[in-house]
Design a binder for this molecule. Structure first.
Ligand code: ADP
Ligand code: MG
Length: 252
C-alpha cells in the first residue's frame, strides 16, 4: 500500500449534541496509514467530539468516516484509547492493568504475558509489574495506560490529551516514549491536544481546529526521530507560530 492511501477518511462530517448547533461542522480530513496526526485547538472547539466520531462512539449526522476498505469504524480491539486520566484499576497490579483489554475478551496466553512484559520493559517499568497503581508516580501511571492501550497492537491509537496533567519534563519523556512505541509498531495515531508545541513535536500532520471547523492541515517536516533540542530551533518555532496565527485569525 502506498503511503498516500488514506487509512481513515473523514468526509464532510457534521455532528451536534443539540439540534441546530454544530459542534463538528463539515470536517474533512484523512489519516494516513502509520502516520502520527495531531488535532490541535482551544478547549471546547470540538476535538473530543471528533475523536469520538472517529472511534465510532458517536455517529456522524452528515458525512461519513470510513476505513480504507470502505467499512465503518467500530469500537473494538483494533482501536487503542488513552485519555487524560490514566483510569487504571486500583485493585489490580500493573501487569494485570496492562492485560485488561485482553482479559476482557479471553484468558491471557503466555504470549500476551510476554507482550505485556515487553511493553513495560520498553517503558522502563519492568521492575514494577507487581506494584499497584497507587505505588506509582503520575508519569509511571500514564506509561502503564500507554502499555495497556498498545497491548493488543491496535491498528489505530486514539489519544485525548493524555499527558495534559503531567509536569513538563515528564510530559516530554512520555512524548518520546509514545513516538518510539508507535514507530516500532507502525501504529496509525490520532492525538488530541490543546498544546501547539506538543502537536508540532509529535505529529507528521497537524489538523488545526476552531469552533467545530478544521482550519488547516499542516505537514510537519522536522527531522525524525525528534530530539528535545528541536524545541528551541527556528523551524519548530516557526511552525508553532504559524498554527497560533491561524487560530488567532479565526478567532477574530
Ligand atoms: N455529551 C455532550 N452533551 C452536550 N454537549 C456536549 C457534550 N460533549 C461536549 N459537548 C459540548 O460540545 C462542545 C465541544 O466539546 P468537546 O468536543 O469536548 O471539545 P474539546 O475536546 O475541544 O474541548 C463544548 O461546547 C461542549 O460543552
Ligand atoms: Mg476534549
Amino acid at each position: 500500500m502506498s503511503a498516500a492511501t488514506p487509512f481513515i477518511d473523514i468526509h464532510r462530517v457534521v455532528y451536534g449534541y443539540a439540534r441546530d448547533h454544530r459542534i463538528v461542522d463539515d470536517v474533512s480530513w484523512s489519516l494516513q496509514q502509520g502516520g502520527f496526526h495531531c488535532l490541535v485547538g482551544r478547549s471546547g472547539c470540538g476535538k473530543t467530539t471528533l475523536l469520538k466520531l472517529v472511534a465510532g462512539l458517536l455517529t456522524p449526522q452528515q458525512g461519513h468516516i470510513r476505513r480504507q476498505d470502505g467499512r465503518s469504524v467500530v469500537p473494538g480491539p483494533q482501536l487503542g484509547y488513552m485519555f487524560q486520566a490514566p483510569t487504571l484499576l486500583d485493585w489490580q497490579r500493573v501487569l494485570d492493568n496492562v492485560l485488561l483489554p485482553v482479559s476482557l475478551q479471553r484468558r491471557p496466553s503466555q504470549a500476551d504475558f510476554a507482550r505485556a512484559r515487553e511493553l513495560l520493559a520498553m517503558l522502563g517499568l519492568a521492575s514494577y509489574e507487581q506494584r499497584y497503581p497507587r505505588e506509582l508516580s503520575g508519569g509511571q501511571q500514564s506509561r502503564v495506560a500507554l502499555a495497556r492501550a498498545l497491548v493488543l497492537q491496535p491498528e489505530l491509537l486514539l489519544l485525548d490529551e493524555p499527558f495534559a496533567a503531567l509536569d513538563a519534563i515528564t510530559r516530554y519523556e512520555l512524548q518520546d516514549d509514545l513516538l518510539r512505541m508507535c514507530r516500532k509498531q507502525r501504529t496509525t495515531v490520532l492525538f488530541v491536544t490543546h498544546d501547539i508545541g506538543e502537536a508540532v513535536y509529535l505529529a507528521d500532520r497537524v489538523g488545526v481546529m476552531h469552533a467545530g471547523r478544521l482550519l488547516a492541515d499542516i505537514a510537519v517536516s522536522l527531522p525524525v526521530p525528534r530530539t528535545q533540542a528541536l524545541r528551541h530551533g527556528v523551524a519548530f518555532n516557526g511552525i508553532c507560530a504559524g498554527i497560533y496565527d491561524t487560530m488567532m485569525r479565526a478567532g477574530q
